[in-house]
Design a binder for this molecule. Structure first.
Ligand code: SF4
Ligand code: SF4
Length: 56
């Protein structure tokens, strides 16, 4: 299980600093989560203003 950032992402960057394992990075259009590193903590979903990170 891992979180995934959907197309709702507005690339604000808020989630990147909140990830305890630093697995969020800026992509071409939206931010992306490295699924192999994500520990499913939910921090990114809690800080995202548009609800882009979703649990898979
Ligand atoms: Fe990082 Fe937690 Fe979000 Fe996974 S769920 S990307 S570990 S902040
Ligand atoms: Fe995208 Fe939400 Fe992360 Fe901002 S907090 S970069 S909108 S996923």
């Amino acid at each position: 299980m891992a979180y995934k950032i959907t197309d709702e992402c507005i690339s604000c960057g808020a989630c990147e600093a909140e990830c305890p394992v630093s697995c969020i990075s800026a992509g071409d259009a939206i931010y992306a989560i490295d699924a192999d590193t994500c520990i499913d903590c939910g921090n990114c979903a809690n800080v995202c203003p548009v609800g882009a990170p979703q649990a898979e």
